[in-house]
Ligand binder design. Sequence first.
Ligand code: SAM
Length: 217
Amino acid sequence: MKAERENLVERLFNQGYIRTKNVKKAMLKIPREKFMPPENSSYAYLDRPFPIGNGQTISAPHMVAIIAEKLELQEGMNILEIGTGWGYNAAVVGEIVGKKGHVYTIERITALAEKARDNLKKTGYSDVVTVIEGDGTTGYPDKAPFDRIYGTASAPKIPEPLKEQLKIGGKLIIPMGSDYFQELVSVQRIADDDYQTINLGGVVFVPMIGRHGWPED
Ligand code: SAM
């Protein structure tokens, strides 16, 4: 699997999704196959999403790379992820911020949160990544403010609590839009009440369901 991982990372680099050493190193290190159900793990190095149960998916590697690059991650950062899934993206980000930093990741589906905890433990990331079960649209005030916040599910609009839980100078990346098509949006907090929003382009994500997201059916 290591050779396949190296091939994929090389392709993502040549395609311009991976740009920096720290993202490349993390994606070379994290075994994506360990964050997928066994029936699909032999396809772990295809650049596409796969089902992880409960109607959810593990994100495609190029999307993980895009978000990691756009976040401009650095060692020691305090990070919040909304939408843990089986924990792959959180492990990649955890590898970059290292033990001086931390990733808090929120998952609303119990079975997925439990699986992610188990995967992160087995791969050696449970001291850098903490999985919280709940509605991530309200953020995680206990550990705020955050240097970076990112969502791996899409919201109808940017959840206000996430903006409020950003440090000044901090950045939030989240897919936003309708059921069928969304745009990846980057929000930088310039000052207390000053946010700069940039559209990073079209994406397709599963819905972010919660108080400041989509209603549950
Ligand atoms: N980060 C994952 C990975 O590494 O592949 C991708 C997860 S999947 C694309 C999005 C996840 O967001 C799903 O597991 C879904 O249950 C979760 N989700 C949706 N709404 C949420 C919310 N309000 N709070 C927390 N998790 C949520």
